[in-house]
Design a binder for this molecule. Sequence first.
Ligand SMILES: Cc1cc2nc3c(=O)[nH]c(=O)nc-3n(C[C@H](O)[C@H](O)[C@H](O)COP(=O)(O)OP(=O)(O)OC[C@H]3O[C@@H](n4cnc5c(N)ncnc54)[C@H](O)[C@@H]3O)c2cc1C
Length: 329
Amino acid sequence: MPGKVWVLAEVWRGEVTEITYEALALGRDLAGQMGVPLEAVLLGRDGKTLAASLGAASRVLVADHPALADAAPEPYAEALAQLARRECPAAILTPLTNVSLGIGTLAAAKLGAPAINFCQDVRFEDRRIVAHCLLYGGKIEADVAAAGEPAVLGIWPGARPAEAGRSEQPPAVVEELAVDLPAAAPVRLREVIEPEAGEVDVTQQEALVAVGRGIGSQDNIAVATELADLLGGAVCGSRPVIDQGWLALSRQVGKSGATVKPKLYIAAGVSGAPEHVEGMRGAGTIVAINTDPHAPIFGVAHLGIVGDAAEVLAAMAEAIRGRHGKAAA
Ligand SMILES: Cc1cc2nc3c(=O)[nH]c(=O)nc-3n(C[C@H](O)[C@H](O)[C@H](O)COP(=O)(O)OP(=O)(O)OC[C@H]3O[C@@H](n4cnc5c(N)ncnc54)[C@H](O)[C@@H]3O)c2cc1C
């Protein structure tokens, strides 16, 4: 009989992050297939208060310790490994974000357990835990079966909608467990470097207008900005646009930029390279504008327009302005 499925909850600046709920939704699917309970693990300060939002899990294990005050992989991995030795989960889902990266792999090394990273999906098949992994910016997709337990799985953002992992109900059981950690960790968080003042956080926008090399010139970004303003969102870009200095680095979407999940993502003059798609594939509705009908971006877009990026963006802005005008009249 397999054990339970665990989700390592991620906390940043005192709040449970979106990916935690995404991982809970994925964990619930996996636990359902295995016929085992879904549980969450909350490490760090104020765990008991934060546990209330993790009702998708039937039980939340909370471990508080001064060494867990800041997100740092070593004490978190040690605490997770100690709890796993005691509780014997069959699978541990860990968020693959800048905050949690490294915790799962380190914990797996301590447990002598298999670690599988870059998981987009996980299923139970022929009594094995099988992860569907996206590697090399999406150029390679692989199904990887865990060769032992617990399977420690690093989960990409966007594996499931966060809404699916939220619950109005608190978890049935919240249990505090002790962990034994050294006071000083070998790797410590020294500083959080904030984005430049005045810059927009593209990860928090509900609408994004993304410009790629096909926008043609820096001057044409004005029309994208206008459309983004009308939609109540922001402009972002692909790497060539950032490299040319047309937009600030904080606006880059993709492998070496931000991972975004707006309700609406308009990709204008973006080819759809895997390194870009990696950062935006979780958007609710993707609209692509490209002069090349065979551009790969059309493969991920829900709606496609073959045409000139600047012209189509201007027409969209005009249409919205027209509607606003009618509504005001
Ligand atoms: C390790 C690594 C990390 C990377 N990280 C990132 C990352 O974080 N983000 C990222 O974006 N890229 C990243 N890249 C780069 C990535 O591989 C692509 O080179 C990049 O995404 C391409 O940007 P683009 O689509 O704007 O440009 P291009 O690939 O040059 O595409 C331009 C598109 O515009 C279309 N077009 C041309 N003229 C028009 C027009 N008038 N109107 C409409 N469409 C037009 C063309 O048909 C084409 O499809 C990374 C690469 C590596 C190796």
